[in-house]
Design a protein. Structure first.
Length: 78
């Protein structure tokens, strides 16, 4: 049980740091190509919400799957 909590405590910050770096890269590329404010207000906000939301769902899903698998392994046989 503790291993799942440790994995969650280590995986979640690393994953969201990588997402943060991805959003910085996308932002830098669009700025280098002289994107206007309309792109940042509409498209970039929607894309960043989809990336962060998808990453959150995927991370919670993976940790939930590992948690359920760990519960089945730790369950004593009666």
């Amino acid at each position: 049980m503790k291993t799942i909590l440790i994995k969650g405590a280590l995986i979640i910050p690393v994953v969201f740091f990588l997402v943060y770096l991805l959003l910085i890269t996308i932002s830098g590329i669009t700025c280098a190509f002289s994107a206007d404010a309309q792109l940042y207000c509409n498209t970039f906000c929607k894309v960043s919400r989809m990336i962060v939301g998808g990453t959150l769902l995927l991370t919670v899903g993976i940790l939930g799957f590992n948690f359920m698998k760990q519960i089945k392994v730790d369950k004593p046989s009666v």
